[in-house]
Structure formats: C-alpha cells, structure tokens
Design a protein around this ligand. Structure first.
Ligand code: PRP
Ligand code: URA
Length: 210
C-alpha cells in the first residue's frame, strides 16, 4: 500500500479552516470540494491513458486520452458525498458508484447499508472518497468490496487519517494495489475512535446531525 501525504501550504491552510469548530456547514462544504480537487490532482497521477492523434489548426500531433473502461469514482455515504463534486470536476468522464456505510459508534465496526456499483469491475481503476480514515474499518471494507468485484487497483482520497487506521489498512490490503492520498496525517485516535486533532464528525459538519 502506498501512502501519499499532501505537502502544500494551500492544502494545510484549507484544512486548518475545516478543523475550526466555528466553521459553518456552507464553508465546510465548499472547502471540502476545493480540497478534493487539489488532492485529486495527485491521486490521478496513475490514471490509465492511451496515445491518441489530435489535429490542431497547425498540424497533427500525439496526445493522451483516458483509457476505457472509464475510471469509477465511489463516494462512501454519507460524508464522502461531500467530496464528489470536487472529484468529478477534475475527472468529468468518470462513472460514479455509491457505497453507504455507517460505523457503529460503540463497537467502531462498519456496516454497509447501500450499494449501487457495477457487478463487474474487472479491469477498472477505482477512486474511493471518504474524508476520514479513523480505525480504517470503513475504508478497508469498501476496498475489499471493490476488489471482490474485480477492480484492478484502488486509490482512496481522504482529508485526514490516524496512524492506527493506516497501519490496520496496510495489513488488510496486503498484496493488493492500493494507494491512499491524504490531506494530512493526524496524531492519533482518541478513546471514542475520533481522529485527534481531527475536525470532529465529518458527516455532521457537512450535513448536520442525523
Ligand atoms: C465516518 C467517516 C468514515 C468513517 C471512518 O462515517 O466518514 O466513513 O466514519 O471511521 P473508521 O475509519 O473508524 O471506519 P460515519 O460512519 O460517521 O458515517 P457518515 O458518513 O454517515 O457520517
Ligand atoms: N469519523 C469522523 O467523521 N470523524 C472522526 O474523527 C472519526 C470518524
């Protein structure tokens, strides 16, 4: 598993505003989108492309086009939905599938409550969106799901992660082609499984308490 942690002052600046408990939902949503677009630039570095000929007004030359089958973007509901627009801004031809997962706040175990994905992901590159990688349980289950359907490689974009979650995911994805692109690696998990310093509950901050 490859882990790439962003190192850019604009990303850290935007994350700092997201972390602030006084940042209201509309600003939180706008910044989440912007951050994902910036992280998507790194996350799509390995997107499969093929050479194509293009006729300019001056001559004919060779360029690149994104290969078929098109990449699949998978936001993990609910909080991952807040990342979707920022991702498809950069990858407008991608298809989008959905996974709904919720973590039990007592046991920290994830359950899947919704799934809308192609049955066959053979030969597909998948990009998973989930802002928070805490214990890694939710992302691990999502990645496993995609490989079971035949995905060739999976790249996840997360805003924040805890080292404990990265270590757990490392074990869970052994032998698989997995890349994690992070806005920042935080310090640790607290006794409730929350990322410290973190930004709180990403779903609640995007959409309110449910
Ligand atoms: C949050 C977050 C991740 C998960 C991370 O979702 O968006 O999916 O928790 O925790 P983990 O790494 O310990 O599994 P949550 O279950 O709160 O659902 P929500 O997106 O609907 O708020
Ligand atoms: N889910 C969140 O939304 N925030 C955390 O800190 C951990 C899990």
């Amino acid at each position: 598993m490859r882990v790439h942690v962003a190192d850019h002052p604009l990303i850290t600046h935007k994350l700092t505003v997201l972390r602030d408990e006084n940042t209201p939902s509309p600003v939180f949503r706008a910044l989440t989108e912007e951050l994902v677009t910036l992280l998507a630039y790194e996350a799509t570095r390995g997107v499969r492309v093929e050479e194509v000929e293009v006729k300019t007004p001056v001559t004919t030359t060779t360029g690149l086009a994104i290969s078929q089958p098109r990449p699949l973007v998978v936001p993990i509901l609910r909080a991952g939905l807040g990342m979707l627009e920022g991702m498809v801004k950069l990858l407008p031809t991608a298809e989008v599938g959905f996974l709904g997962m919720v973590r039990n706040e007592e046991t920290l175990e994830p359950t899947t409550y919704a799934e809308r994905l192609p049955d066959d992901l053979s030969d597909r590159q998948c990009f998973v969106l989930d802002p928070m990688l805490a214990t890694g349980g939710s992302l691990g289950a999502a990645i496993d799901f995609l490989f079971q359907r035949g995905a060739v490689d999976v790249t996840a974009i997360c805003l924040l992660a805890a080292p404990e979650g990265i270590a757990a995911l490392e074990k869970a994805t052994e032998g698989r082609d997995v890349t994690i692109v992070l806005g920042a690696m935080d310090e640790r998990l607290d006794e409730n499984g929350y990322i410290v310093p973190g930004l709180g509950d990403a779903g609640d901050r995007l959409y309110g308490l449910v």
